[in-house]
Design a protein around this ligand. Structure first.
Ligand code: FMN
Length: 145
């Protein structure tokens, strides 16, 4: 499952691109926004790719709430990957870094180090090629499942 938060739609775009890449490798994948996820159902999934926008150098509030809910589900041993959208600046911080840390703390196995898609402004757009890169990433990840 791909789980995303998105205020302006940019993280949703890369989440959907990631899902598309997996689908092209015949992997069954669902792509849902944090507030649509029925956490007990997560048990049916092998991999949780989780991503959101970087807010105040870290994780957005809706994603934080979701990660808190995840503490009540047994996801230990499942595979995980974290991603985010953020500014290019070295001082931008990264939601994905924090998400990855929390997923690891829940006993999940990180299949690939967190990756960021860059936005050119607060409301976007994404840098050219970001969606293509995430689609490729999804395909590569699906092949390694
Ligand atoms: C309240 C708020 C705080 C933000 N803080 C940061 C930040 O610390 N670092 C950063 O790189 N981007 C920051 N941004 C910009 C977000 O990275 C950008 O809005 C996001 O990547 C867009 O993704 P979305 O369209 O999925 O919401 C902030 C945006 C908002 C709305």
């Amino acid at each position: 499952m791909i789980i995303y938060d998105s205020k302006f739609g940019n993280t949703e775009k890369v989440a959907r691109a990631l899902a598309e890449g997996m689908k092209k490798q015949q992997v069954n994948v669902d792509c849902l926004k944090v507030d649509e996820v029925d956490t007990p159902k997560l048990d049916d999934y092998d991999l949780l790719a989780t991503g959101g926008p970087t807010h105040a150098f870290g994780i957005s509030k809706p994603m934080k709430d979701f990660l808190k809910k995840l503490e009540n589900v047994n996801v230990s041993g499942k595979r995980a990957f974290a991603f985010d959208t953020k500014f290019k600046s070295r001082l931008a911080g990264s939601a994905a870094k924090g998400i990855e840390k929390r997923l690891k703390r829940l006993g999940m196995s990180i299949v690939k180090s967190h990756i960021s898609a860059i936005v050119k402004g607060g409301e976007g757009p994404l840098e050219d090629g970001a969606e293509e890169a995430f689609e490729q990433l999804g395909a590569d990840m699906a092949k390694s499942l």
